[in-house]
Ligand binder design. Structure first.
Ligand code: MTE
Ligand code: MO
Length: 383
C-alpha cells in the first residue's frame, strides 16, 4: 500500500495483517507529547488508501430521509464555523496481541499504540445537518430518520468490494455538545491521505471504527447502518462465544470506549538497575468521561501509588473541568523506587467511577476487542 508511512514501524506481531496498511508507533513515542504527531499516529485501514486529488470537484452527498438532498463541496464545509476538537482516537483492537496470549483471537495484532490524541479541525456535523433542515438535538427527523450513516471512498473486501461505512444515532449527530466533526485538519495541518484526506468524520469518545475516513456520502436512515463493521464486527461478546456458536444479531455495535490505561515508559519485560524508575503512560475513557485517578503498583497489586495526571502544561488537570479536554487522554507519571524483581501495574478510574478489569481472561472475546485489563509490566532488577 502506498500510505504515507512516515517514521512508523510496520508491526508484524503474531497475527499479521494482510495487505491494508496498518501501523503503530513504538510506545515511547506516545508519551513524548500530549498531541500525537501524524507520523506517530496509528493507521488502520481495511482497504487500499484512496487518493482523492481533484479537490475542486470533491463533494459529500447528503441524502436519505431528507426533504432536499444536497451535495456539499469543500468550500461549503469550510464556510461553516470551524471548531478545533481535541480528541483521542483508539482502535477497538488496541492491546489485542496481549489478549491473544490467553487464547487466539482474530484481528490485527496491535501492541498498546493503536491510539493517538489530536486536534481535529473542521465543521460540526450538527451545523452541516442544519443546512439540510435538520435542527439541533433531533432524535427522530420529520421523515423518520434516526441514524446518520457515513460512507467512504475506499473499498474493502469485508464489504465485498463496497465502501467502508458506519453510523451513529441522529441525536448524537445533531448534538453540538457531542462535538462530532467533519474534519479537514489534524493538529492544524490538512489531513494526510492515511488519516482521511480531504475529509473524515471524528466521533469523539467512541471506538475509532466509527470515525469514517475519506467521507463520500452521508445518509439519514431509519435503521442503523447494516454494514459489516457495524453488524459483523466490533461487537463485544462474552468469553463463551466462539466462531461456531456466534450469533451476531444478539449484540449491539460497540460505540463508547471503556476506561483504558497503559504504561508506555517500559517494555513488557524491562531490566533495570535497582533505584528510581519513572513510570508513565496514557489513560483515556469514552463518552467524554474524564480520568479521575491513575493507580500504579510496584508490588504486583498489593499496594498502590497515585500517579499525577496532566494534559496541557501549566493547567492542572481536573476531570470534567472546563479547562480540561473532555474527549482527550491524560498522560500520567509517577516515580518509584524499585529494588527487587517485580510486576508493575497501572489501572485508571474514570469520572463515572468505572474501573478496569483485573484479568484479561475475564474479558476475552473472539475478536479481541476492548482489552482494558490492568496493564502489567515485568520488571527485572539486575544487581
Ligand atoms: N474509514 C475508512 N474509510 N476505512 C477504514 O478502513 N478504519 C476505521 C476508521 N475509519 C477505516 C475508517 C478504524 S477501525 C479506525 S481504528 C480508524 O479509522 C483509524 O483511524 P486512523 O487510521 O486515522 O488512525
Ligand atoms: Mo479500529
Amino acid at each position: 500500500q502506498d500510505g504515507e508511512q512516515g517514521s512508523l514501524l510496520l508491526k508484524s506481531n503474531l497475527i499479521v495483517p494482510q495487505e491494508p496498511f496498518n501501523a503503530e508507533p513504538p510506545r515511547s513515542a506516545l508519551i513524548s507529547s500530549y498531541l500525537t504527531l501524524s507520523d506517530f499516529f496509528y493507521k488502520r485501514n481495511h482497504g487500499p488508501v484512496p487518493i482523492v486529488d481533484d479537490i475542486e470537484r470533491y463533494c459529500v452527498s447528503i441524502s436519505g430521509l431528507v426533504d432536499n438532498p444536497k451535495k456539499l463541496f469543500m468550500d461549503d464545509i469550510r464556510k461553516l464555523p470551524k471548531y478545533n476538537v481535541t480528541a483521542t482516537l483508539q482502535c477497538a483492537g488496541n492491546r489485542r496481541t496481549a489478549m491473544s496470549k490467553t487464547k487466539t483471537v482474530k484481528g490485527v495484532g496491535w501492541d498498546v499504540s493503536a491510539i493517538g490524541n489530536a486536534v481535529w479541525g473542521g465543521a460540526k456535523l450538527a451545523d452541516v445537518l442544519e443546512l439540510l433542515g435538520i435542527s439541533k438535538l433531533t432524535a427522530i427527523s420529520k421523515l423518520n430518520g434516526k441514524h446518520v450513516e457515513f460512507v467512504s471512498v475506499d473499498k474493502c473486501k469485508e464489504e465485498n468490494g463496497g465502501p467502508y461505512k458506519a453510523s451513529i444515532p441522529l441525536i448524537q449527530a445533531t448534538n453540538p455538545e457531542a462535538d462530532v466533526v467533519l474534519a479537514y485538519e489534524m493538529n492544524g495541518e490538512p489531513l494526510t491521505r492515511d488519516h482521511g484526506y480531504p475529509l473524515r468524520v471524528v466521533v469523539p469518545g467512541v471506538i475509532g471504527a466509527r470515525s469514517v475516513k475519506w467521507l463520500e456520502a452521508i445518509n439519514i436512515t431509519a435503521q442503523e447502518c447494516q454494514g459489516f463493521f457495524m453488524q459483523k464486527d466490533y461487537k463485544m461478546f462474552p468469553p463463551s462465544v466462539n466462531w461456531d456458536n456466534i450469533n451476531w444479531s444478539t449484540r449491539r455495535p460497540q460505540m463508547d470506549f471503556p476506561v483504558q490505561c497503559v504504561i508506555c515508559s517500559l517494555d513488557d519485560v524491562t531490566t533495570i538497575k535497582p533505584g528510581k524508575v519513572k513510570i508513565s503512560g496514557y489513560a483515556a475513557s469514552g463518552g467524554g468521561r474524564g480520568i479521575e485517578r491513575v493507580d500504579v503498583s510496584i508490588d504486583g497489586g498489593k499496594s498502590w501509588l497515585e500517579a499525577s495526571r496532566f494534559q496541557k502544561s501549566g493547567i492542572p488537570y481536573i476531570s470534567d473541568h472546563d479547562n480540561s479536554d473532555k474527549w482527550a487522554w491524560v498522560l500520567f507519571e509517577v516515580t518509584a523506587h524499585i529494588l527487587h524483581t517485580t510486576e508493575v501495574i497501572a489501572k485508571a478510574v474514570d469520572s463515572a467511577a468505572n474501573i478496569q478489569p483485573e484479568k484479561v481472561e475475564d474479558i476475552w472475546n473472539l475478536r479481541g476487542i476492548l482489552n482494558t485489563s490492568w496493564h502489567r509490566i515485568q520488571v527485572q532488577v539486575a544487581h
